[in-house]
Design a protein around this ligand. Structure first.
Ligand code: SF4
Length: 314
């Protein structure tokens, strides 16, 4: 039995087969780096969250083409989603965005478009543009929420508030074919257990379509590394993280797609915790699955937002 609604199950339900993601770096920057919102970026940000710098030397078309070939050879894959991941992928004039996103139209194997961005960077014209792709593609807008607590956003130097996130979500809801996913981080030293669970409730209350859950991890060369060395705050142990993820998912509606349940960085760049590597990824996912089994629980078990009579939380 699937204890949570995984991304692979969701995609299989739509396309009838496994669909693979090709991640591209379209050469964007970020308003939290170039000074228009802030400087220095989010404290954990390592080159806009894409570790493969070679991609920047290629065009988007070359990256998609290479990605499709690589994945096709390895898995005999036939359908692909193109994920604009690095930096803020809506931060350019609308004509430039259209030109970049339109690249997906050159590949008949591509069935979906995923755009990652900041919640304060989705003006109406961007939503209209994204909506124009929904006729032909599955379209996901990925918004960095990270936490529903302003004190944590402030600590991370996100440069936006919780209100920006709500605004982006509410405006996107007027384009029902655009799916919205929130990125979240567990294990922030600014938050206790109840505060982390409040972020899950916040996502549930907004009926988001998807969520990505990551543990806080410290990467070399980031401001977070300097803070970690100085403040010696604790990062999560794998067991602790697995319990938290299960608690978090229990609070989400059954229909929220769980797109990610861990995070990883290249071994040579990772400072802490040791288990946020590609090598540990499946081990962590299995640990989380085992917790679901041990506790005999499932997604939605503790979701509070069903429009039912208010009950006392057990
Ligand atoms: S919003 Fe994204 S790209 Fe910009 S600084 Fe933060 S993590 Fe990096």
């Amino acid at each position: 039995m699937e204890r949570y609604y995984s991304y692979s199950k969701y995609l299989k339900g739509i396309f009838g087969e496994r669909v693979y993601r090709i991640t591209v770096d379209a050469g964007f920057t970020c308003p939290n780096r170039d000074g228009s919102k802030g400087k220095g970026g989010c404290i954990y940000c390592y080159q806009g969250s894409d570790y493969d710098l070679r991609k920047r030397t290629l065009t988007v078309k070359e990256q998609i083409s290479e990605g499709i070939e690589r994945v096709r050879r390895r898995y005999k894959a036939r359908k692909f989603l193109v994920y604009f991941q690095a930096y803020t992928n809506t931060y350019a004039p609308i004509s430039k965005l259209k030109e970049l996103y339109d690249t997906v139209r050159e590949f008949k194997e591509v069935v979906g478009l995923i755009v990652g961005t900041r919640p304060d960077c989705v003006p109406q014209e961007v939503l209209e543009l994204l909506n124009s792709y929904t006729e032909d593609y599955l379209v996901w807008l990925e918004l960095g929420l990270e936490s529903s607590h302003f004190k944590s956003l402030d600590w991370m130097n996100r440069g936006h508030g919780v209100s920006d996130f709500i605004d982006a979500v509410l405006r996107t809801k007027s384009f029902p074919k655009i799916k919205v996913c929130a990125h979240t981080i567990l294990g922030l030293p600014t938050e206790n257990y109840r505060e982390m669970m409040e972020t899950a409730d916040f996502i549930a209350s907004l009926r988001l379509d998807g969520v990505k859950i990551h543990p806080l991890h410290v990467i070399k060369g980031t401001l977070l590394e300097r803070m970690y060395e100085k403040e010696k705050f604790k990062t999560l142990e794998p067991e602790e993280y697995a319990e938290l993820v299960v608690d978090f998912i229990e609070r989400l509606p059954e229909k929220t797609v769980i797109q990610r349940i861990t995070g990883e960085a290249p071994k040579e760049l990772l400072i802490a915790p040791y288990w946020c590597t590609k090598e540990h990824k499946n081990w962590v996912i299995n640990l989380i699955r085992e917790k679901f089994e041990e506790r005999d629980t499932y997604q939605g078990k503790k979701c509070r937002f069903r429009g039912e009579v208010c009950t006392r939380e057990k």
